[in-house]
Structure formats: structure tokens, C-alpha cells
Ligand binder design. Structure first.
Ligand code: S6P
Ligand code: ZN
Length: 185
């Protein structure tokens, strides 16, 4: 159905895959996740090519553009390193006061949040859950289920990413599988 005034959208996330012109895809494998998991012994024995998560992003303006808005879809595969669930690297934004929305689309997970005082809290993520991540709060997601976890994200184009802080100092608490229950320790 098209007319001069009503056109089809140019972006889709059918089946969880973001498609359209200008969409970029990134993969994160075990070999890209140095310093993320606590159990370095198990980490070292895991196939470095194991796919942990994939991100597709629509970045319609140059990074740093004030007022620009980005969209991303993240898919975290089920799995663990030792007793820790597969999870994203996690980051503060480079412009630290920039906020973000996450929302659950598929599967089960936990959004782990940490402020600049290193206080950590977490929210359950599931299809239909909506998460407002205020500025100055680092964010990371773990897949606590046995299926793929998919979530959407939208963040300001000038937010940027500060991965270094988390790579060096991590989150103050870790989410582990304790007798089958996701537990923050
Ligand atoms: C970007 C947004 C997400 C993440 C993605 C992967 O600000 O928070 O698109 O980039 O979920 O996580 P990470 O921590 O590896 O960037
Ligand atoms: Zn972010």
C-alpha cells in the first residue's frame, strides 16, 4: 500500500533482525570479552570464537551529533562462563549524563546497573519490560534464560561509550547462577 503521502517504513525488525539502509552489525565473541567474566580459568578454556552477543544498530547521523537519536537491537546467546551468564561488556556513556532506554523483546535476562558511587542494582528483563537508564549509570545485560535474549535500545547520538572504566574496574557486583537462581553477589 503506497501513495504519494503514505510510504512503507524503511526499517524493520522482523524476526528480531534489524534491516534497512544504514544498519550496522557487530558481533562479540569470547575473544572480544577479555576482563568481563570472573572465572579466568574457564574463560581461557572456552573456544575464543564462541558467539556471545550480536548488535545491530541504526545510526542515522554522525556519532556526536547533538540531538541525534540511535536505535539498536542486541541478541545475547544463552550460555555461561563458569557460574556467570553470558552478558554484554557494559559501559558508562562517554558523555556521562546521557540517558538511554532498553526494552525486552524476547527471552529472559537481567539488566545490571551501577552508579558512579559503584552502587549496583538490577531489573528483570522480559518481553514487554521497559527500562529507563538515567545518565551517570553504567549498564550491562545478562541472559539468564535458556533461549536467545533480545532487547531494543535507544540512546542519544552524542552519548558515546566509555568501556574503559568497566574493563578496568568492572561492576561492583556480579550476577551468578546460584542453584539455578540468578543472584547478585
Ligand atoms: C548503546 C547501547 C547498546 C549496547 C549493546 C551492547 O549505548 O547501550 O546498544 O551497545 O547492548 O552492549 P555493550 O556494553 O557491549 O555496548
Ligand atoms: Zn548505553
Amino acid at each position: 500500500m503506497t501513495s504519494a503521502a503514505v510510504s512503507n517504513p524503511t526499517l524493520f525488525f522482523n524476526g528480531g533482525i534489524l534491516q534497512g539502509e544504514g544498519v550496522e552489525h557487530a558481533t562479540r565473541r569470547i575473544k572480544d570479552l577479555d576482563n568481563v567474566f570472573q572465572d579466568t580459568k574457564v574463560f581461557g578454556k572456552t573456544d575464543p570464537e564462541t558467539l556471545v552477543y550480536e548488535v545491530s544498530s541504526f545510526l542515522p547521523v554522525a556519532e556526536g551529533t547533538p540531538g541525534g537519536l540511535y536505535f539498536g537491537l542486541t541478541h545475547i546467546h544463552p550460555g555461561k562462563v563458569g557460574n556467570e551468564y553470558f552478558m554484554t561488556k557494559g559501559h558508562f556513556h562517554a558523555l556521562i549524563d546521557r540517558a538511554e532506554y532498553y526494552w525486552g523483546i524476547k527471552g529472559e535476562g537481567v539488566l545490571i546497573l551501577m552508579n558512579e558511587n559503584r552502587e549496583v542494582w538490577a531489573e528483570r528483563m522480559f518481553p514487554g519490560s521497559l527500562h529507563f537508564i538515567p545518565g551517570r549509570v553504567a549498564h550491562r545485560v545478562a541472559n539468564t534464560g535458556s533461549q536467545l535474549l533480545s532487547f531494543g535500545a535507544s540512546w542519544p547520538a552524542d552519548a558515546g561509550h566509555n568501556y574503559e572504566e568497566i574493563r578496568k574496574n568492572g561492576f561492583a557486583r556480579r550476577l551468578i547462577d546460584k542453584n539455578g537462581i540468578p543472584t547478585l553477589i
